[in-house]
Design a protein around this ligand. Structure first.
Ligand code: COA
Length: 332
């Protein structure tokens, strides 16, 4: 590293664009009730979920990630060849070796990029976004593509009514670059603003790892324990992410928590004290897609116009590990 780089002032990082991949194949509550001892009414009351997406065999983690990543890069106007780093958040790969980020990078044409996987459970996207932002701040990269891609349905027992109702497949992506680049693209000085991508608030509860784990090939979960943990212990961490960004929860235009269950999301939103913030509700027709859920939910808010460029949003992931991570971002 040259002396000039060692002394260079850090640059602020910002989101440049987001992208998504949603499978066309739906698995509705009615489909599940037709073959299992459950009902649309039970599923909606306990989880808020109406339907979920199930990836076709050709919609691999890599293929979905490439599609979401390509859309994010196109929206950002970034040439894939100029991407310096690709981070893939996933916890549902069929095999631990090889990691899949290099294939995502290769297929996107990001041939000069570093590439690695992150397994941060359902918090994987927020962990990866923190890494991406810090990499830009440190000067190790100009542009980072963060992809989160999951096939939960490969790991859920289709006959386990307590699990199959919750989970779906999909991918989301975000392009991270320097805040001054984001501001000049938007033709405003505001996009980087006081917060492009705020510092991350993160942590773990490794002592409770067995609460969510794959046992005997299938995902198992102590649902009530997860519910209690998410609605009590995690709200102070979300507040901490706001503090680190130098804002109050009331300044937030949107809350984008991991899309685990609508009751958890609504409880967190009530406790946080952000009465005017839009709450992302992608879970209703996408189910829980683990690491992909935060970027999918964010992409929906951006695409639907429920948030505008320059708005502040809190992203917050939590899940298997147990892990959690959250940060405030400015909407690109
Ligand atoms: N349809 C009908 N009944 C069902 C059912 C279904 N799909 N799934 C479970 N049940 C039954 C159970 O068998 C149980 O029956 P029993 O009382 O006769 O034993 C009853 O419903 C209550 O089960 P319980 O697990 O106590 O329900 P719950 O109110 O805790 O709701 C969850 C279950 C999974 C919806 C809830 O615990 C939850 O959302 N937890 C958080 C899960 C989560 O988001 N995890 C992801 C974090 S990354």
């Amino acid at each position: 590293m040259s002396p000039a780089l060692l002394t260079r002032a850090p640059r602020e990082a910002a989101l440049l664009a987001v992208g998504e991949h949603r499978s066309a194949h739906e698995l509705t509550n009615a489909d599940l009730a037709a073959r299992l001892d459950t009902s649309d009414e039970w599923i909606r009351r306990r989880t808020g979920i109406r339907t979920r997406r199930v990836a076709a065999p050709e919609e691999s983690i890599v293929a979905m990630g490439v599609n979401a990543g390509a859309k994010a890069l196109a929206t950002a106007g970034v040439d894939p060849a100029s991407v310096d780093l690709v981070i893939l958040a996933t916890c549902t790969a069929a095999r631990p070796i090889p990691g899949l980020a290099p294939q995502v990078a290769e297929q996107l044409g990001a041939r000069g990029a570093g590439a690695f996987d992150v397994n941060g459970g359902c918090a994987g996207f927020c962990y990866s976004l923190a890494m991406a932002a810090d990499t830009v701040r440190a000067g190790s990269a100009e542009t980072v593509l963060v992809v989160a891609s999951e096939r939960l349905t490969d790991w859920v027992d289709a006959d386990d009514r307590s699990m199959v109702v919750l989970f779906g497949d999909g991918a989301g992506a975000a392009v991270v670059g320097a805040a001054d680049v984001a501001a000049s693209r938007a033709g405003t000085g505001a996009v980087g603003g006081p917060v492009g991508i705020g510092p991350v608030a993160w942590g773990h509860d490794g002592a409770n790892a067995p609460v969510i784990e794959i046992r005997e090939q299938f995902l198992q979960m102590q649902g009530t324990a997860v519910f209690r943990w998410a609605t009590t212990s995690l709200v102070p961490v979300a507040r901490r992410a706001c503090e680190l960004a130098g804002i109050e929860p009331a300044d937030l235009a949107a809350l984008v928590p991991h899309q685990a269950n609508l009751r958890i999301l609504e409880s967190m939103a009530r406790s946080l004290g952000a009465p005017d913030a839009v709450l992302a509700r992608d879970v209703v027709d996408n189910g829980n897609t683990s690491a992909a859920s935060v970027p999918l939910a964010l992409a929906r808010l951006v695409g639907s116009g429920e948030v505008e460029s320059g708005d502040l949003a809190l992203l917050f992931g939590f899940g298997a590990g147990l892990t959690y991570a959250g940060q405030v971002v400015r909407i690109p």
